[in-house]
Design a protein around this ligand. Structure first.
Ligand code: TRP
Length: 461
């Protein structure tokens, strides 16, 4: 028997475990909150088209590279760069990843905190007799209350820390196996309800009929950035997850599974949100509150809406938790490996640090004016949460991905990466094709985009 061929059943079981953990990281607020919000602000169908294009032509090769780097080095991002290229400047890409994890965790927890409150609001029928306007203003009022925003952020961060204290792997995998399919079923019912609403046609047009004139340089960046965010790429999450992967798993098909599941869920979220949004006469550009305003309206129109509504927010909270864990695990793994801190101390420092960094984000939806109107771009004001989302959830991830791709393609090199990929999978005949993607297409298309837009800030506007 050749190396890499092992008993089928065993391979499958462990691969399944990884796919679930990987999908657990990828599927979260990025798909259900951030994707519709960003698509709504950036013109719908054309944005989605660019998003899908990036997933296939840029992200997939970076995802494979991160997993291979992690599996090969068994390290956190900084350690991974260091062990392949000791004493070099590559490690700064790893350090950027650790910082980005802290930055994303800070605002991710704030939004996840809102979903916790919405579990109770829908379960108690809080929205059931409200009109669409009343649901909107109740969201605005809710997020502008500093006390509840910060306490919910604290609760969610504490949940994350509690799980991380005990280590990540076991429980989460088991839970994801049961809960993710349930989330899929409820999401499917929501899609059905949404598309069958009267006046849902406009929503379909918004989703499927590209209006290329709505595309600006900024929306191209937003679409590419969203693809990286949704697949948990660019800061080393997948390096850390790859470090738990066993050698006999097929990297390519694991990556393809994670990417497909993630993309399907995002598209379903779009299908659940936009037809309903137009049917209820709301604006696609409303921003961070989008799903919190549209979904309660759908639940009001749905058979057993209270049940499905609260079930949906419970599952969204859990999906957010499995993603949040994979975000905070990056700084935690870094502290443990590089500073030799205990897991307990590492989790405390990472969690409390991210909690503090999230406080201004929690106060930026109406609680404090200076934070709520933090920057102004083209006449539209953005709050501190949007700002963090832009800097860490978009630019940092793209820069980090340029780093991973350049490092893998140019420094680590074709032979070594192909060797790592083929460990469990002998007939990989696309080595040269993969090499072209990771060496040229992924890094240079991203670099081109970033540089072009720095030089021409108003491109395509
Ligand atoms: N992808 C997750 C989501 O869609 C969030 C996430 C987890 C993430 N790990 C990440 C985003 C690493 C960027 C980088 O909700």
């Amino acid at each position: 028997m050749k190396k890499g061929k092992i008993v089928n059943r065993e391979t499958w079981a462990s691969k399944m475990g990884f796919i679930l953990a990987g999908a657990g990281s990828a599927i979260g607020l990025g798909n259900i909150w951030r994707f519709p919000t960003t698509a709504g602000q950036n013109g719908g169908a054309a944005f989605i088209f660019i998003y899908l294009f990036s997933v296939i032509f840029i992200c997939l090769s970076v995802l494979i590279a991160e997993l291979a780097l992690g599996r090969n080095t068994k390290k956190n991002p900084v350690g991974a760069y260091n062990s392949i290229s000791p004493h070099s400047a590559w490690k700064y890409f790893g350090i950027l990843g650790v910082l980005t994890g802290w930055g994303i965790a800070s605002f991710y927890s704030v939004v996840a905190g809102w979903t916790l409150a919405y579990i109770f609001k829908t379960a108690t029928g809080f929205f059931s007799s409200m009109t669409s306007e009343q649901i909107s203003s109740s969201f605005t009022e809710f997020v502008s209350n500093p006390l509840s925003s910060i306490s919910l952020h604290l609760i969610f961060m504490s949940l994350t820390m509690a799980i991380l204290f005990g280590g990540v792997k076991k429980g989460i995998e088991k839970w994801s196996k049961i809960l993710m399919p349930v989330l899929l079923v409820i999401l499917f019912l929501l899609v059905l309800r949404s598309v069958l609403l009267p006046d849902s046609k406009e929503g379909f047009q918004f989703l499927f009929k590209p209006d290329w004139s709505a595309i600006t340089g900024r929306s191209v960046l937003a679409a590419v950035g969203q693809a990286f965010f949704s697949l948990s790429l660019g800061m080393g999450t997948m390096i850390v997850y790859g470090s738990y992967l066993s050698k006999n798993e097929n990297l390519i098909s694991s990556a393809a599974w994670v990417a497909s599941l993630d993309t399907i869920i995002a598209l379903m979220a779009g299908l659940a949100i936009f037809p309903a949004l137009f049917a209820f006469g709301l604006e696609p550009t409303i921003g961070a509150g989008l799903i919190f305003v549209v979904l309660p309206n759908i639940f009001n129109e749905m058979f057993l809406g209270t049940l499905f509504g609260s079930g949906f927010f419970i599952l969204l909270g859990i999906a957010a938790l499995t993603s949040m864990i994979s975000i905070v695990e990056v700084p935690v793994a870094y502290f443990i490996d590089e500073f030799k801190w205990s897991r307990k101390k590492s989790v405390k420092v990472a969690g409390i640090g991210a909690f503090c960094a999230g406080i201004p984000a929690a106060l930026s939806l109406g609680a404090l004016d200076g934070l709520s109107n933090f920057i102004s771009i083209e006449g539209r004001n953005y709050g501190f949460l949007d700002f963090m989302n832009l800097i860490f959830g978009q630019y940092s991830l793209m820069i980090g991905s340029v780093g991973v791709a350049l490092f893998t393609g140019w420094k680590w090199g074709k032979d070594k990466i192909i060797q790592e990929i083929t460990n469990g999978y002998e007939n990989f005949s696309y080595g040269s094709l993969y090499n072209v993607f990771i060496k040229f297409i992924a890094p240079f298309s991203l670099l081109f985009l970033l540089i072009y837009l720095i030089l021409n800030p108003n491109a395509f506007a």
